[in-house]
Design a protein around this ligand. Structure first.
Ligand code: TMP
Length: 217
């Protein structure tokens, strides 16, 4: 079995930059690394991502949202995560089950026990070995995320503005952050919380040393 590392955090916490840097650093040491993300990671789940993040779908119910994330995950595990882990690769995944607890549980106030049950049904046997939580205040992250969406859409007006969640209230994003911090406290063996407000290089070094402590060689 390979090793499964996930990255989590509020919008704009910097995890996408950091997960790429970690992938590069691990590849340089000769490791086989699969870099993937949720929702998405394979063709069917990418189509579901499009539905989930399109701001035009503002009437989506919380239950429909929850089940679409679960559907995207089931397909992604079967097509990408499970085969990569059984071939001994390191899988780096940008968001996984904890995002459902934080966003649909704490953010949307859906029942946490039902979410845990659904996560177990979809992802049973595929728990991350390590989860890096890049923490930053919801206001800081949201501003960064909105600036990035504006820039991407100015660079290419045809790209989908993936902003359904960026349009949520600041209170929603504060609840998501609180959810992540609670999870990190409850599962302190699995989580490493890193300040997402630092410089890119220093943060990457902190992440690499947390991972190096845990990676089997
Ligand atoms: P990303 O912007 O980090 O790619 O994530 C896509 C969005 O989907 C982000 O706003 C968080 C949200 N999300 C959930 O609400 N629940 C989930 O289970 C996952 C994986 C992501």
């Amino acid at each position: 079995m390979g090793q499964f590392i996930t990255f989590e955090g509020v919008e704009g916490c910097g995890k996408t930059t950091q997960i790429r840097l970690l992938a590069e650093a691990l590849r340089q040491t000769g490791k086989t690394v699969i870099l993937t993300r949720e929702p998405g990671g394979c063709p069917i789940s990418d189509k579901i991502r499009h539905i989930l993040l399109d701001a035009e779908n503002s009437s989506m119910t919380p239950a429909a949202e929850l089940l679409l994330y679960a559907a995207a995950r089931a397909q992604h595990i079967a097509e990408v995560i499970a085969p990569a882990l059984s071939s001994g690769s390191i899988v780096l995944c940008d968001r996984f089950i904890d995002a459902t607890v934080a966003y649909q549980g704490y953010g949307r106030a859906l029942d946490l026990q039902q979410i845990t049950l659904l996560n177990t049904m979809v992802a049973s046997g595929y728990r991350p070995d390590l989860t890096i939580l890049l923490d930053c205040p919801a206001e800081t992250g949201l501003k960064r995320a909105i600036d990035r969406i504006e820039k991407n859409s100015a660079d290419d007006a045809t790209t989908l503005r993936e902003e359904r969640f960026e349009k949520e209230s600041i209170d929603f994003h504060k609840r998501v952050r609180e959810g992540y911090l609670n999870l990190a406290q409850q599962e302190s063996d699995r989580f490493v919380v890193i300040d997402g407000g630092g410089g890119i290089k220093e943060t990457a070094e902190m992440i690499l040393s947390s991972v190096a402590d845990r990676i089997r060689t």
